[in-house]
Each structure stands twice: as C-alpha cells, then as structure tokens.
Write a protein that binds this ligand. Structure first.
Ligand SMILES: C[S@@+](CC[C@H](N)C(=O)[O-])C[C@H]1O[C@@H](n2cnc3c(N)ncnc32)[C@H](O)[C@@H]1O
Length: 484
C-alpha cells in the first residue's frame, strides 16, 4: 500500500471507527457526523449510505433515512434488496407515527440486518415493550452467539423491565462468552451487591464472595468498593437521569427520554461553555449540570422545586462535583439569588409551568448581557400558522396533570421575541420520535431552542415596530395619554 493510499483509507477508517464507537454509546448525532465525514472521503460508498440511513432512522428521521437508502440503491441499481429498502422508506412521511411498523417491514426485506434488529429492539424497549424487544435479542443470541453486545443489550433490557434475576443470568452468559468484558463484570458486580443491599445485608467487600464468573478478577480492574458504593445507591434511590458512573455502569434512570436529552446535550456542546457561569433550572439528577461541568464551565448552579436526593446525597459526592444544587422554585429566582449567568438551561420545565410568560421573563432577567438560553420543551404541532398556546388542565393534559403549557412552534418564537429574545437555532424532534404523543388536536413533540438577547432591545427596552413595548407591559407608560 502506498503512503497516499494508506492515509486515504486511514482517514475513512478513522471516521468509521468513530461512528462505530458513537453507535455503541447510542450517540447517533455524532455517528451521523462521522459517517458524513467518511462520505466526504469516499463519496460513492453505498454501505456507508446504508449505515447512515439506519443511524438517522434510529434518530427517528424517517424521511432522511429514505433519502440515504435511495442514494445507496442508486449506487447499486441491481441490488434488489437495496431497492426494496429504499421503497420501504421512500414515502415514510405518511407512516411517521409508526417507526416500528416500518422497521418490521424493513426486516422483511433485510431479515438478517442486525442494525435494523437492534433499532427495532431499542424502539420497542423505549416504548416499554420489553418482552417484544427481548424476543428479538433472544433470536439474535441464538443465531449469533459470539456477539457479546447483544447479551449486554438484552441484560440491560431485563434490568429496565425490573427482572434482575434474568439480567444477572444474561450478564453471566456475556462474561462466559468474553471473560474480559469489563462491562459485563462491572454490571454483574453491581447487581450482585445490589441484591445483598435489597435483602438488607451489608455486603462484605470480599472477592471470594463474588460469583465464580467475576471472581477473582485476574486483571484487578474492578474497583469493588466503588461498585459496592454504586450498588448501595441503586438499592436506595430511584433515578431520573441516566448518568455514567464508570465507563460501563450508569444510573438506572429513564432512558426513554434519551432523544429529548440528546438535543439539549448537542446544544450545550455547540456553544463554548468553558469558563462560563451556567444555571440549570429544573435540574433533577443533574445530567445537564454535570455535562456543563465536564465542558469546563466556571460555575454551575442547579435549581429544582423538587430537589433530587440521589443527586445531592450520592451523585455530587460520588462524582466529586462542584455543582451546587438548590431547592428552589424558578418563580423565586432573581438576579440577587446567584448573580447573572452566561448560559441558562431550561429543559423539560416550561410545559410544567402555569405562568410561562412570567417565568420566561424571570429567566431573561438572570441572563448576563450576550447570554444564551437553551430552552427545551414540549411543542404542539398544531398545524397552525398562528402563534398558539394550548393550556389544558388536569385530565385534559396530553402528558400528565402537571403539564399545562404547550406552545406551537410559532408561539414559542413570537413569545421569546416579545420578551426581547431571538431564537438562533431550533431543532424539533420528528413526530415519529419515541415520546411524541399524538392527540386529537395535533401531535405533541419536543423542540430545543438556542436563544439570545435580541438586537431589538435598546437601553433595556424592547422595540417592536419602533414602539417601546416593554414599558407598557412591565412599567409605567404614557401611550394612552399621548394618544389623547
Ligand atoms: C421533566 S423534569 C426535567 C429534568 C431535566 N431538566 C431534563 O430535561 O432532563 C422537570 C424538572 O423540573 C422541575 N420543576 C418543575 N417546575 C419547576 C419550577 N417552577 N421551579 C423549579 N423546578 C421546577 C421538576 O421538579 C423536575 O425535576
């Protein structure tokens, strides 16, 4: 191989390796970027389009998946399988609310495509259909025994389904398959200790007490004290966020919100947080607070009106984090509470608020000049050109009765503008993404908006149509006197 050839294929493999590792971690946006990077180097590589199609399918973007499959099919016109695949997804917009239906159809076309099976199992698992997902995993494990990743995924699904005995059994099989699997060993050890804690026993940190398949640890890589500490916390608390504790063990939070949280994480990574003061409103277990800290923010404060005990009592000390969490209602927030912030994250909160306009105004008041707000919330796909707010009460809420504020997309943009904010970027999850809720009056999806103070603000007042409107709303004014 010549030097030129080597560097050419090296760079493709670098992208593909990066994509594989992102897929394994479930970071599909990063996988997409890496695959697009590989396609820049080898533009006509049809397998890359096929993988890219399945990755964006995993993100719930069916129309884009259709385009990638069509491109792959165009590059190998004689491949009838690819043609069929492209056809399945080509008009997928019509069936956007039924990704598993499409994936089942894709499986008829490609019965052995492991990536589609994995996606389908993930979609089913995220919809709480654990048994159906496990049937898929079981089939693959029977026919493809050497692939440990399937055992790990199945064990995790058993764990999500609350079936710890089977989770343990599958982790044990995984470890027999690959005795060096750190992931299987760590998770199995945590489950082993958690069982003792649940039975009220204080487990001895004694290697000989561990099951044969994890004891002794020849490489000495397991930090048993650390894993026992984690297991004790798992037995004691319930978690909302999935937060990495070791390379292989995460808090057993609700992974159903993965797609939604990924939008916020992507937005955070798109702005430079280094040295910034960050406020995470409605921080729950602190997924975004810890990420801000990891991205080298100078100060991170989280507030929540239902402060997470697992965050305060376990995660902050365990992670040796400097994040400060306060039990506080957003409605009590003023610039005197903690000063001004360069970045405010308001994720998964706005739709819970009864006074959304007032709350957004309070958030704006704690933003430093030039500051950024990352707003993630439920969006009502009202099919309407007007700015709308759907404010159901009680049983009528499409979520649950604390969720009472659903703007449509124009409603969000116009409301922010009326408060002197401009939306710099907006990402809406497709209606097919897990978690979208169809209602009689239009689907509820999720959107993430990166916003800044608008240029329409002059001397602290908002100028709309050359009129200073904020004085009218917020202060004293003379509009009617002047009108006569
Ligand atoms: C759906 S969770 C979202 C958690 C996290 N921000 C995320 O997006 O993953 C909503 C959180 O906001 C908190 N919350 C709701 N209303 C609030 C308010 N008025 N002030 C402070 N926190 C609030 C809740 O207690 C809860 O922890």
């Amino acid at each position: 191989m010549t030097g030129k050839q080597r560097s050419f294929s090296d760079s493709v493999y670098k992208f593909i390796d990066a994509a594989n590792s992102s897929i394994a971690k479930g970071h599909l946006s990063e996988a997409r970027e890496s695959l697009i990077g590989a396609l820049v180097v080898v533009p006509d590589c049809h397998p890359l389009y096929l993988i890219l199609g399945t990755v964006v399918l995993g993100q719930g973007n069916l129309p884009e998946a259709g385009r990638f499959f069509t491109r792959a099919a165009g590059l190998v016109p004689k491949d009838t399988q690819l043609q069929l695949m492209a056809n399945v997804f080509r008009n997928s917009n019509d069936q956007a609310n039924n990704p598993e239906g499409l994936l089942f159809r894709a499986l008829e076309v490609y019965p052995d495509n492991l990536f589609i099976i994995k996606l389908l199992a993930t979609v089913l698992r995220d919809k709480g259909q654990f048994r159906r997902a496990l049937v898929l995993y079981a089939n693959v494990m029977e026919n493809n025994e050497s692939e440990i990743e399937w055992y790990l995924a199945a064990a995790q699904t058993y764990r999500r389904a609350g079936d710890m005995a089977n989770a343990r059994a599958v982790y044990e099989k995984a470890l027999k398959l690959d005795p060096n699997s750190q992931s299987a060993a760590e998770n199995l050890t945590v489950l082993h200790f958690a069982k003792s804690f649940e039975q009220g026993k204080q487990p001895e940190i004694d290697i000989s007490a561990l099951p044969d398949c994890i004891s002794p640890d020849p490489a000495g890589k397991l930090d048993l004290e650390q894993l026992a500490n984690i297991a004790a916390a798992f037995a004691k608390y319930s978690f909302y966020h999935v937060i990495s504790l070791t390379e292989h063990v995460s808090t057993p939070g609700k992974s159903d919100y993965f797609f939604i949280q990924q939008q916020v994480l992507d937005a955070m990574r798109s702005i430079d947080l280094k040295g910034k003061r960050v406020l995470d409103i409605g921080c729950r277990d602190g997924l975004f607070s810890f990420e801000a800290e990891r991205l080298q923010s100078a100060k991170v404060i989280g507030i929540d009106n239902d402060l997470s005990k697992p965050a305060v009592d376990f995660l902050i000390p365990y992670l040796k984090s400097q994040v400060q969490m306060h039990h506080m209602n957003l409605l009590d927030l003023t610039p005197d509470s903690f000063g001004l912030f360069d970045v405010v994250i308001l994720a998964g909160v706005l739709y819970h608020l009864r006074y959304p306009f007032h709350a957004l105004r309070l958030v704006k008041k704690v933003l430093a000049p030039g500051g950024t707000m990352i707003l993630e919330t439920a969006i009502w796909d009202s099919q309407d050109k007007l700015p709308m707010l759907y404010c159901p009460v009680g049983e009528e809420s499409p979520y649950e009765n604390s969720s009472v504020t659903f703007f449509n997309e124009k409603g969000i943009h116009d409301t922010l503008r009326s408060l002197g904010m401009v939306v710099e970027s907006a990402e809406l999850l497709p209606l097919s993404a897990p978690g979208a809720v169809p209602t009689e009056h239009g689907c509820i999806t999720r959107g993430c908006f990166v916003c800044r103070i608008s240029d329409e603000v002059q001397n602290g007042s908002l100028m709309l149509n050359k009129e200073c409107v904020t004085n009218y709303w917020d202060d004293l004014h003379q509009v009617h006197t002047e009108l006569g």
